[in-house]
Design a protein around this ligand. Structure first.
Ligand SMILES: Nc1nc2c(ncn2[C@@H]2O[C@H](COP(=O)(O)OP(=O)(O)OP(=O)(O)O)[C@@H](O)[C@H]2O)c(=O)[nH]1
Ligand SMILES: [Mg+2]
Length: 418
């Protein structure tokens, strides 16, 4: 998978906490080719039609807006039936944006901050497997018992039975009664995992002719949808795309505010209604408005919902139905945002969101803070859905295109992307 301006192994370096060197460090993204419009003018928000002029790219911050926990949408829905709230008028984004709470600065190195959390976080996944392998295979001849232990380690690490068996068989093939170095086992493991991940490591391709290319994000509460939208909007802006964001999580006022902060920071207009408005109506208006404005991309946020709550899942279907009235091809991408820390529950999330929302691809977040990164392998083996990005921190830069090779080697506990 091609990564713009990045050498092989840079992500592995980052995941494993190594200082990026001249060979592997990511190069800064190229500036958009189109000339930058003037910065967002707060005055424009108070006029009838807000001027959604993007801010300068250099103003993109490295800290994340806060996530404010509030009542789950289900509770709010019970208080305010959606029908009563439909037809609310479109609200321009208010100019006064709350100051975000102090968030970790995105620095490529140094003490503390996200870099250290990322390192120790992803290490939990790699050492859960890598350390066990080292323990199992150091100065020991290969026999059935060792292979059974290896299989147990891999299953416990959320890789899934199928892949665990496949790896165990590959390690055992022709090596019984021989000593095998832990490094050799890890290399076989990485190779087998890469085989599983390779078909799903598919970049999210934006069709610029769609105008806008509509991306719907779905997922359970707290998975990282809103944060991922902010990170994606920043990425697209850096690629020179004109981006709008629809604040489709209309259940919580804090959710709308959170998105507005992101929009302001990344230079993307946020189309919002007041709390409690009908999400599908908002999505329709946002698409219409983005189309008129000639936007390249429209990112639609949605409220978090449990995959087994039929009423809330039906609301997602409604959003999709309604945007299709304007553009039968929309949403062009439906991204399921998955929190890696939930482990096995991710399987049911993919299954149920897949059925209801027609998920076209996955983004896995919070890989920086869990030992359960192996679940991505189980998901790839079971569903084969494209994995577009991984979230490795809360900052705007902490979203990486998913690459099978680096991820496989990190999981296997190898520290070289050779
Ligand atoms: N460490 C880490 N934190 C993340 C990542 N992505 C998101 N978060 C954090 O996870 C929390 C929830 O993120 P949100 O983006 O608000 O999640 P959401 O899915 O929009 O949540 P709801 O709107 O409640 O459904 C926030 O504190 C984010 O900063 C990630 O990749 N790594
Ligand atoms: Mg949200």
């Amino acid at each position: 998978m091609a990564l713009q301006g990045r050498k092989p192994g840079w992500l592995l370096d980052r995941i494993l906490g190594r200082e990026p060197d001249a060979e592997t460090a990511p190069t800064p993204p190229e500036a958009p080719s189109a000339p930058e419009p003037p910065p967002l003018s707060p005055a424009s928000w108070s006029e009838g039609q807000p001027d959604f002029t993007p801010a300068s790219e250099t103003e993109v911050p490295l800290a994340a807006p806060p996530h404010v926990e509030e009542a789950a949408p289900e509770t709010v829905l019970a208080e305010k039936p959606v029908e009563e709230l439909a037809g609310a008028t479109l609200q321009p984004v208010a100019p006064a944006l709350p100051e975000p709470a102090a968030a970790p600065a995105a620095q490529p190195s140094g003490e503390g901050g996200w870099w250290r959390r990322l390192t120790s976080g992803m290490r939990r996944t790699s050492s859960a497997i890598g350390d066990s392998v080292t323990g199992l295979f150091t100065k020991r001849k290969l026999d059935r018992a060792t292979l059974d232990d290896l299989e147990d380690v891999l299953i416990t690490a959320d890789l899934g039975v199928e892949t665990a068996t496949r790896i165990t068989e590959a390690v055992g093939a022709g090596r019984y009664d021989r000593e095998i170095a832990p490094g050799e086992v890890k290399a076989i493991m990485a190779r087998e995992i890469e085989r599983v991940l390779d078909p799903v490591a598919v970049p999210l391709a934006i069709d610029r002719s769609a105008k806008p290319f509509v991306i719907l994000t779905v997922g359970v509460n707290g998975a990282g949808k809103t944060t991922t939208i902010g990170k994606l909007a920043a990425k697209f802006r850096r690629d020179g795309l004109s981006v709008a964001i629809a604040a489709g999580d209309t259940f919580r006022a804090a959710a709308i505010e959170q998105l507005k902060v992101w929009g302001e920071r990344v230079g993307a207009p946020v189309i919002a209604r007041q709390q409690g408005a009908d999400a599908s109506g908002l999505a329709f208006d946002a698409l219409e408005e983005s189309r008129k404005a000639g936007r390249d991309v429209l990112l639609i946020d949605t409220a978090g919902r449990l995959q087994n709550k039929a009423g809330l899942m039906a609301e997602l279907e409604k959003i999709i139905r309604v945007v299709r009235k304007l553009d039968p091809a929309a949403p062009h991408a439906t991204l399921l945002v998955l929190d890696a820390t939930v482990g096995q529950n991710a399987l049911s999330q993919v299954e149920l969101f897949g059925k209801t929302a027609g998920v076209t691809g996955l983004v896995m977040t919070k890989l920086d803070g869990t030992a359960r990164g192996g679940i991505l392998v189980a998901l790839a083996a079971k569903f084969g859905l494209p994995v577009h990005y991984i979230g490795v921190g809360e900052g705007v830069e902490d979203l990486e295109p998913f690459t099978a090779r680096d991820f496989s080697r990190a999981i296997a506990g190898l520290d070289e992307a050779a």
